[in-house]
Design a binder for this molecule. Structure first.
Ligand code: TK8
Length: 338
């Protein structure tokens, strides 16, 4: 008879007959439930209070607290209060933060394969990406993330990204030439803007508004909802609907913390994460349309033909395919099937 129990940080303790292998008691497959004890979870994200990410984060916290009668508390800190996306992920790895609704680009610092979600022009719209990420390829990426210490509780939405800048209207790739464009700490976005002959400049999202205002960078790229909620339209005059890449918001948890929860609590957390994801995606879709009209009032909008941008960035596929041939193929296949 084998029995497994875990401490609150997921350290596996075992008592067993002679010959028991530790693997038989593995974290994912352990049979004995951990105690359904109290837990205080710390949740960080980098979005402004009215951003769908912030609203969904609160909804997640409320549901978990309600469903566990307050035994599990979830404290949410938004607007980068507990660090930049990269710092939050580092904190999750070290166990000083439990949860973050983050960005796949930044997550790729730790889980390089997640950058592939942002291959140029892979997805035409967000619902196409939802279908792929909720399916087999998304599960494969979850596996890789788990090995690096992140339990992906779901792929929330960040959206299809567009370019803004304060210098000129962008209608062709040549118009981007030489512009200093802030990117997240994401090698994929850096590759894309390098291929477009811009000058990609990685910077934390929390520093972006000031950098744009001070002219340290000329422009940036983000989905419309973020451009609106971070009020970037105040410091940018041109918006180009380039639709160059998709960004997911992986909702991640420290894997040991996740495994330290009893089965029933894991179910509560997983269900709340899925409900929050649906709410967040719905809000993103609704807001996206409203926000386009709002931004058009203050920004000069161009709707470039994306074909020359696709051609200019096609080499990005070559280099990433060399490194991750199977995953790139699987993503392209799933996106085409959808
Ligand atoms: C907010 C970021 C943001 C992302 C970026 O913390 O960095 O440009 O799009 O949404 O995660």
């Amino acid at each position: 008879m084998i029995s497994c129990a875990r401490t609150h940080r997921g350290v596996i303790i075992w008592s067993a007959v002679v010959g028991l292998l530790l693997a038989g008691c593995s974290a994912a497959g352990g049979t004995a439930a951990a105690d359904c004890g109290p837990a205080d979870l710390l949740f960080g994200h980098g979005s402004a209070p009215d951003n769908p990410r912030a609203i969904a984060a609160e909804a997640f916290a409320d549901e978990v607290e309600q469903q566990t009668d307050g035994r599990i508390s979830v404290q949410v800190h938004g607007s980068g209060q507990v660090g930049s996306d990269e710092e939050m992920l580092r904190a999750i790895r070290s166990g000083s933060l439990d949860l973050s609704a983050n960005s796949q680009g930044t997550l790729s610092t730790f889980v390089p394969q997640t950058a592939l979600i942002g291959l140029p022009f892979l997805f035409d719209d967000a619902p196409e990406a939802y279908a792929v990420l909720d399916g087999e390829v998304g599960d494969q990426l979850k596996e890789v993330a788990r090995e690096q210490g992140f339990e992906v509780l779901g792929w929330w939405d960040n959206g299809i990204r567009q370019v803004t800048n304060s210098r000129r209207g962008v209608s062709t790739p040549e118009d981007l030439s030489g512009l200093r464009i802030r990117t997240p700490a994401d090698p994929m976005t850096v590759d894309i803007f390098g291929a477009l002959d811009a000058n990609p400049t990685p910077l934390a999202f929390g520093e972006l508004y000031l950098a744009l205002r001070q002219g340290t960078v000329d422009g940036q790229e983000n989905p419309l909802v973020n451009i609106a909620s971070a009020r970037l339209f105040e410091v940018q005059s041109h918006l180009a609907m380039t639709r160059h890449k998709y960004e997911s918001t992986p909702f991640v948890m420290n894997v040991d913390r996740w495994e330290s929860l009893c089965d029933a609590d894991r179910e509560v957390v997983a269900t709340a994460a899925t409900n929050a994801r649906q709410r967040q995606r719905g809000l993103m879709q609704e807001r996206g349309e409203q926000v386009f009209d709002e931004l058009s009032q203050t920004m000069e909008v161009t709707e470039p033909d994306t074909q020359p941008f696709r051609e200019a960035t096609s080499a990005v596929y070559d280099s990433w395919s060399q490194q991750y041939p199977d995953l790139v193929r699987a993503l392209q296949q799933a996106a085409a099937d959808d």
